[in-house]
Design a protein around this ligand. Sequence first.
Ligand code: SF4
Length: 347
Amino acid sequence: MNLPRQLETILDNALDERAPTKEDCAFLLNQPEGSLGALVTAAVADIVSRRRFGNRAMLLGQIGIDTAPCPGNCRFCVFGEDHTTFERSELPLDEILLRAHAFADAGDLYGLFLMTMHEFDVDRLLEIIAAVRKEIPDHTQIVVNIGDLDSSAARQLKDAGVGGAYHVCRLREGIDTSLDPEARKQTFRAIRDAGLDLYYCCEPVGPEHTAEELVEQIFLGIDYGCFQHAAMRRVYVPTSPLAHHGQITDRRLAQIVAVVVLATLNCPETGNIAVHEPNLLGLAAGANVVYAETGANPRDTETDTTGHRGLDMNDCRKMLYEAGFNSIRLGDDTGVDLHLEYLQQLA
Ligand code: SF4
């Protein structure tokens, strides 16, 4: 098999744990999604990732705790205030606790994510965190997925027992959203300065994004030392203002996951790679993390994503098993073995 010289050099370097440059990554992303180049890149990323992370996967669960017409106004999100049909609503605390138990009780959840809209009530969030912290095992971290925040709020979250925060300066932030890219980056600094893990992602990818745009966004997460990197496609929602662009395939998403995996070889802080939404092609291209979801979901037209777009824990466990992972990492860095009997016991 003859691969183009440039491709072979990039992939040989990756197998020797040398990360591709930005130019290399753009070259990889410009390979057509079904080409030999793209498929070999995914295979190499799979090998590199399993070696780096010890063939250990992670399960995460996210609860969307409120919905509202959101001033972030992202044109890819069902909650953007200029186009949403959602009204303000909040999950009551007892419902949040029930859902936290449903995610965490089996004992293999690395982190429980609490997601709000861009604007959120810090005091309510802190109350919820305190209540959830008492109910879930110590080895399950609490992670927040919230709007921009300053250093003082980040430290309050850290003091409340939060382990990390999901935050992204999205593709075409400030163009396809009403948010300020600089405010997003300021929040990265607040998160890192408070000692929280940064969960990052190349998102929300659509067919219109160029390889160079993807590369710049991928490397931004690396520049800020993200604990988790990832790739997520924009889900086609017919009523969203960006719907006319369509949606990339899971195969293209897996190709982007593979490039993320290789690019993060230069980021010692990166401890795992996610694919959103969960899918086997991404898990065979270097991703080792999937999220179960319940409650509000920016990619779902249902108020509660449970049983709709959101997968449950058993779906996610099974997917990790089918992808060949043999262990699940917990939030205290211990792990549980993943095998058929384990799946049957929890089914
Ligand atoms: S993606 Fe987040 S910030 Fe943007 S509109 Fe949706 S909820 Fe708001």
